[in-house]
Structure formats: C-alpha cells, structure tokens
Design a protein around this ligand. Sequence first.
Ligand code: ADP
Length: 407
Amino acid sequence: MAPLHQLDELLDRAPCGFLTFRDDGTVAVVNRTLLDMLGYQREELVGRHVETVFSVGTRIFYQTHLFPLARLHGHAEEIFLLLRTKSGEEVGVFANVRRRDEDGHAVYDMALMQVRERQKYEEELLRARRTAEEAQRQLQDQAAELEATSDELLAANEELLARTEEAQRLQEVAEAASRAKTDFLAVMSHELRTPLNAISGYVQILEMGIQGPLTEAQRETLGRIDRAQHHLLRLINDLLNLSKLEAGGVDYRIEDVSLGELVNSVAPMVEPQLAEKQLKLSLEVPADLRARGDRDKLEQVLLNLLSNAVKFTPAGGSIVVGGARSHDRPDFVALSVTDTGIGIPPDKQDAVFEPFVQVDSAKTRGAQGTGLGLAISRDLARGMGGDLTVSSQLDVGSTFTVLLPAA
Ligand code: ADP
C-alpha cells in the first residue's frame, strides 16, 4: 500500500478530474488533471464556487437536479455535464458525485471523466431531436390531412344529398309515368273488350246459320276466329288485372282460409284438361292447414299454377299439390304445385314472374298463354303478405310455392 502523501500525488495525477466542494458550493479540493483539463491554476478555483467551472446550462441543472439529488440520496452517477474552461470552451464530462461527512459538515466528492466523443453524443442528440421534430411534423401533416378528409367527407355528403334529391325527383317522374301507363292500360282494356265481345256475338250468329248454312271449311274458320277472340279477351282481362294490381287498386279481404278446402274447390276446374292429357293429380294438403289470405285471390293464384302445370307437363305426367308449415319461416305456410313437366332453365326462373315473359322453346310454343299469369299471381301473393317462388329443373319438373302468413 502506498503511503498517504503518495496517494495524494496519485489522486492529483489520476486519469480523471477530481473535485470536492462543500455544502455551500465552494471548491475545497481540485486535482491537477481537472486543472489541466480546464486551464486553471489551483488557487483560481479553490474557495470559488463550483459553478465557476460549469456552463450556463449545467449551472441550472446543478441547482435544480444535481445538487438536490446528491444531498438527498448521498450520490449521483453517470451524469453528463458541460464544463467551461477558463478560456470559455465547453468540455463534456460524465460525473459521479458522492456525499460524505467531514468534521460534521457535508462535502461532495466529484469524479469527472472527460467525454472525448462528445461530438458523437451531441450528434445523436441532434438526430434524436430531428427524429422527434420529423415525427411532430408528420403528426401535423396527418392532422391537416384529417382536416382535408373531413372537408372531402362534407363535400361527399352534400353531393350525396343532391343525388338523393335527384333520385327522389326521378322516382316521382317514374311513378307518374307508371301511373299514366296503368291508367292508359285500364282505359284501353275496357275499350278493346267492347268490339271483342261484338266479334264473339257475330261469330255465334254465323255459327247458328241464321244468315244461311255454313260449309265445313267456313265453320272451321269461324272456330279459329272464335279461339283467337277468346285468347285476345283473356289477354285483355289479364292486362286489366295487372294494371289494377300495379296501381294498388285491388282490395284484399283477408281471412282465415282452410287450404285443404281451397284446393278441393279449385281442382275440379282443371279436371277436363287433366283427363285430356292423361295427367295424374294428387292432393296432399293437410285438412287443418290454414293461412291468412283472400279466398278468391288465392283461388285465382292456385288455378293459374294448376293450369300452368297442366299446360307444361307432357301427357302421362303427374301433378302434386302439397301444403306444410314453411321450414325457413315458421310463421308462414307453403302451398306448392309440383309437376313432372318440361321445367324452366335456371336463367329464366326469375324472368317468368315478369309480365309477358314466356320461355320460348319448341315445347312451349304449342301452349297458348299471355305470359301474365305468374306476374299477376305473384303480385296477388305479395299483396296478401306472402310471396310466390319457383324451383325447377329442366326436363324434370317445377315446383311453384305460394308462401302465406299462417292463420
Ligand atoms: P303463360 O302461362 O300465360 O305463358 P305465365 O306467366 O303463367 O304465362 O307463365 C310464364 C311462362 O313461365 C310460361 O310461358 C312458361 O314458359 C313458364 N312456366 C310457367 N309455369 C310453368 C311450369 N309449370 N312448367 C314449365 N314452365 C312454366
């Protein structure tokens, strides 16, 4: 172990600055290394305030942090301080401070390690600050962008409002046009029926031979005129029905309807055609199945579905009328007409419910119709709070289902 005076010598020449200051801040001890670092003579510092060697920033830091910390905790470590040399240059140091007692007074020993790569630290600090500033700028940009976006949203909203108004206006125009069309159809249908009835009357007069006997060829021609007249009359009646439906001019008398009874009363109406084509009809509607609906309208729908099934099922086929609670919608009952007929191609299954749509194929061409029956039937079903749907497979058959609120 070195003698004490040698230790003083060693401390004086230690490879780091050393300084002791008292509670009042006056420097008691300063070693040679620190004096050399700062360009002071020992007598210029001893007895002076320790802040003499601090830069302005470090003085503030010393008063607010370093000294209170060292006094309170007895030590402070790895604190970066900027010292000021006598000639005014700044020197960066890392400082460790420790408090100890000397003759009943607190003194503070401070070891100061010069940071030669201060530049590096400062650059890092600068970089960090730039990053922070950049982040802040980005935040500001984003805020500005958000503001712009909200402006855009406002503009879009206005545009939307304008378009909604335009759409409403167009809808009103369309509704007016639709009303005009419906009115026109209704008037025309009435006007057409009068001369058609006259044609029918004159055909009958001729057939009766009141104006002289008819040849077989004439009788055949009259038959054709009569059939064409009937077809035209049916078309006009359907048109009238549809225009009434579209105008909302149909009144529904909604009541509890026994679907079993309904089917029993409609089935006989197609019996002649069934017999003619040798089709088998099975009625499988449970007797207690009841729905809410207008009995007459329901009869019309069912008759139309049965007529279609007969029309589009080749001789020898079969038709089943079934009824059950709906699987998907428990509050509804389903009345279905299934045939083993020609079926409807998938791309036409929506279209057949549109007015005047008939699936054109060699097989249907023979079947006379107006293409209005399904449009009318679906409107009626919907008017009763239900719907009419189809599922079909080409060359296998079709099932038309009337959905109605359960009783
Ligand atoms: P119409 O029977 O007077 O032609 P509909 O509106 O009742 O008019 O039917 C439209 C079209 O839907 C029919 O022309 C036919 O092509 C098709 N269709 C209707 N019912 C059936 C069915 N049961 N099987 C096959 N096709 C059908």
